[in-house]
Ligand binder design. Structure first.
Ligand code: NAD
Length: 255
């Protein structure tokens, strides 16, 4: 059994999907939780669900796309967390030739810059090292879907950041790893598929079908299947791992 008792974990994008599943697994393992999202309703609903574990859960409504919000979040924390999970991210589809500056800024602000600033605060404020888990995507390593060029490069930025920080701060006790989810059926992903079906966006539907057929395990994953690996990366079970890219992808990268 993996225990995170007496550990503080901060999870971003915790109100839904993979982030909420990670929060659930960490709560079950006994961690004290600092949950961050722009969606306060989702955070409060999750907090109610976690009450059965009798652990401390604090929720924070923060738009992570602005550095000033990130700094005031860290100032509000009673103490810096032992474990930081940078999971918040947005995947909006847009044809490469239609991407404008505002759109690209938005993607980078949330997917890369927020992770950069969160890691910076963690490393500045934690004197005794700690664990950082950054959620990237297989899309970065093996771009597959149509209309996600901007997303792919943002997630590759997250991977580069992870590896660079692992190298720079390993000797002072930080372990920094990237989780690389494949196709995970969250509500967000289901909504995208429904929208594609409604708009009869055959490209997107075909991409999803091809994707599933290519998977060695023949199915999409669940948020909890990613959360279980986050639990390993957060705990001493992975004490000799840093700078790793851990794919939870049904075998997609190998196929
Ligand atoms: P989701 O959309 O279900 O949840 C993301 C959460 O992040 C939401 O609760 C949202 O409110 C929050 N968020 C978004 N922008 C924010 C902001 N500016 N400030 C604060 N919170 C914000 O997403 P998910 O499917 O659970 O994905 C989680 C992470 O995993 C993302 O980084 C995503 O890119 C990555 N990922 C997902 C998949 C997948 O198939 N679902 C695959 C690979 C990678």
């Amino acid at each position: 059994i993996i225990s995170l008792k007496n550990k503080r974990a901060l999870i971003t994008g915790a109100a839904a999907g993979i982030g909420a599943a990670i929060a659930y697994r960490f709560a079950e393992a006994g961690a004290i939780l600092e949950l961050v999202d722009i969606d306060m309703r989702g955070l409060n609903a999750l907090k109610r669900k976690l009450s059965k574990f009798n652990i401390e859960v604090n929720v924070y409504k923060v738009d992570l796309s602005k550095r000033e919000n990130i700094i005031s979040l860290w100032n509000d924390l009673e103490q810096p967390p032992d474990i930081l999970v940078n999971n918040a991210g947005i995947y909006l589809f847009k044809e490469f030739t239609e991407v404008d500056e505002d759109f690209l800024d938005k993607i980078f602000d949330v997917n890369v810059k927020s992770v950069f600033w969160m890691c910076q605060e963690m490393i500045k404020r934690r004197k005794r090292g700690g664990v950082i888990i950054n959620v990237a995507s297989i899309e970065a390593v093996l771009p597959f879907a149509t209309g996600l060029v901007h997303y792919d490069i943002s997630k590759m930025g997250v991977i580069a950041l992870t590896r660079a920080l692992a190298r720079e701060y390993g000797k002072i006790g930080f372990r920094v790893n990237a989780l690389i989810p494949g196709g995970i059926e969250t509500k967000g992903v289901k909504k995208l598929k429904k929208e594609a079906a409604m708009k009869l966006n055959m490209d997107m539907i075909k991409t999803a079908m091809n994707f599933k057929n290519r998977l060695p395990l023949g199915r999409f994953g669940s948020p909890d299947e990613v959360a279980r690996m986050a639990l390993v990366l957060a705990s001493d079970m992975s004490s000799y791992m840093t700078g790793a890219m851990v794919a939870v992808d049904g075998g997609f990268l190998s196929a």
